[in-house]
Each structure stands twice: as C-alpha cells, then as structure tokens.
Design a protein around this ligand. Structure first.
Ligand code: DX5
Ligand code: ZN
Length: 212
C-alpha cells in the first residue's frame, strides 16, 4: 500500500493547525516539510523552529526534505525539532557519511534525494544507509510544477540494478493523473502539494492519488 505525504508548502500557513487536521482526517500517512535555504534552490521556506511548532500540532510522522547546502549543520537540528525522517540531496557538496551519522545521532532516520538531472548511480555508495530515497519529479524549489515522467526510469535502476529495497518516495507534480505511473514504476511514498491542498475535498484528492 502506498503512503501519501501532503507537502505543507501548498498549505495556508495562516491556518496551519486546521490544514494539518484536515489532511490528517483525509488520510495522510505522513507530512512532507520542504526546507529551502535560498542557495541550493532559489526559494526560502522555514527552519527547525517551525518544525518544532508543527511537531506539537500532529502525531503524523514528519518527513523533512532539506533543499539546503549544509545538511551536516542543520540536518541534526531538524531531527531534534521532531522530524522523523530527514532527507538531503546527493548533489550537495559535503560529507554524506558524517551527515547520516549526525542526523541519526540526533534521533531521526536519514535518506537521500536525487534531482531530475542526476544519475541515480550517484546514490550507490549511500544506499545501504538510506532509510528512504526521494526521487525528484520536478526541479526542486517550487510547488505546482509539471511532472517529469523520465525520472521514473531511475526507480528500476535503484531497485534492480543497485538492489535497493527501502522506501522510494516521489516528489513533484504528483496528482491522480501522474500517481499511477509513479506507483507502477515502484514508488511507495507519494508526495503531493498542490493536488491535495488546492483541492476543495482533500479526502477525495488523497483517495484519488492512492487509488490511481
Ligand atoms: C518542490 C518540493 C515539493 C513540492 C511539491 O521543491 O520539494 O515537495 O512541494 O509540490 P507539488 O505537489 O505541487 O508539485
Ligand atoms: Zn519536497
């Protein structure tokens, strides 16, 4: 059974508690939190302080997607703020081994993210450490972009060629029209921002994505 992770990037932050309660009642399995630093991506969102506030509003697992240049410094801060899983990009320069160590020592599971233009083989050395691999199906930075179907070819590479057996999450442009292909390719965690939060009936939107 696939898991659905609404991305709060498309929620109304002026009524965050109600938005979280609504998607929880609508059947969300986890909440996807998009953290952007204005360097790795040309957009800024929020830091650990907001994640700490969100932690108090929900019992759902918090899935923190770090689109930032320095996950080694900040990853553990998101873990301490209450993230259950913290993912960071393979494209970031740095020391992934230390980053995994630091996030895990701070109490979260850790995983890696791969951009549309990156060869999935770049993940190979780190797969044994990944609690989840996040395959981007848009270029990160903004909600509401068009799904890039070619990225789905990475999933069989991860599973069959590289033997990865953990969770595979897909993020960007997921809607009832695109979710079926993502599931068929082998993704089992589907992030959806606009398709859930811009829908009048969130339960129907989540159901349609799950059943696609
Ligand atoms: C993009 C983010 C996504 C985004 C998805 O940088 O990583 O999580 O919120 O939004 P939709 O589902 O609208 O493409
Ligand atoms: Zn994301």
């Amino acid at each position: 059974m696939v898991k659905i992770a609404p991305s709060l990037l498309s929620a109304d932050f002026g009524r965050l508690r109600e938005e979280i309660d609504e998607v929880t009642a609508a059947g969300a399995d986890l909440l996807h939190l998009d953290v952007m630093d204005g360097h790795f991506v040309p957009n800024l969102t929020f830091g650990p302080f907001i994640v700490e506030a969100i932690r108090k509003l929900t019992d759902l697992p918090l899935d923190c997607h770090l689109m930032i240049e320095d996950p080694l410094t900040y990853g553990p801060q998101f873990a301490k703020a209450g993230a259950d899983i913290v993912t960071f990009h393979v494209e970031v320069e740095g020391d992934p081994a230390r980053t995994f160590d630091a996030i895990e020592a701070a109490g979260a599971r850790a995983g890696m993210v791969v951009n549309p233009g990156t060869d999935p083989l770049a993940l190979k050395p780190w797969l044994p450490r990944c609690a989840m691999v996040l395959v981007m199906s848009v270029w990160p930075g903004f909600a509401g972009q068009k799904f890039i179907p070619e990225v789905l070819e990475k999933i069989p590479v991860l599973k069959d060629a590289l033997g990865y057996a953990g969770d595979i999450e897909i993020d960007g442009g997921i809607a009832p029209q695109t979710a079926g292909a993502a599931k068929a390719a082998g993704a089992n965690v589907l992030v959806a921002g606009s398709a859930v939060f811009k829908a009048k009936d969130r339960a129907a939107a989540i159901r349609a994505i799950r059943q696609a």
